[in-house]
Design a protein around this ligand. Sequence first.
Ligand SMILES: [Mg+2]
Length: 257
Amino acid sequence: MEVVNTQFDLQAFYQQLASAESLLLMLDYDGTLAPFTTERDKAVPYPLIVGTLEGLLASDRTRVVIISGRTVDDLKKVLSLENTPELWGCHGLERYSREGQYSIIELSDDVREKLSVLYNWTAENQLVNFCEFKPSGGAFHWRGLPKDEEELIHQKVVDRWRNEADAAHLDLIEFDGGIEIRVAGTNKSSPVAQLMSESSDQIVAAYLGDDRTDEDAFEAIKGRGAAVLVNENLRDTRADIWIRPPDELDDFLRRWI
Ligand SMILES: [Mg+2]
């Protein structure tokens, strides 16, 4: 573990963790709790952390929320934990409470129409096998593909959607292993801001994530909790702390408990 933000006081954070009445732990899924696999439906959590996560979920002291680009349904399938945590899918568009209640933010007719154009275009261009369809758009994945195929998919998506995205209220976002077209403004800063606003001022919070798309969440939690980069490699980041999975991740979660 390394503190990468010199303004961040790790010892003070640990002291707050020990004394706080309520805690909020927000977690990204792919690349953070689970290692990447070329078969996305087989991306289960690191075996090392499963017991620790179960322990965390069994205690009422921490509100644990997984915030992912995946759909809630997809998350439920890969998580396979005894206790299902609160899940916010499609970057917060979908929500699944600990009590098992599902809800989704309604999209406008205009946006829904554009999304159906996107789905048809994906089929017409033989990209269905690479596309993860979701209520918020589509993510095109190329992890494990040869470089030329990756470039072909990337080019096709960018050529077709770059100029139209703005007018269609869609965002074109590159992530580690692909590119996503999604409803504008659905990034991880809104769910983090929402969760923080639902919490008391005294809450101690952290957000853990691996990808460039998690930088929005790091920004949103700045000054109000710990932003934690979970990655094999340190990169230019707005995070406060950098940890390597799975060993340092497990240490962090144990320390949290
Ligand atoms: Mg991730």
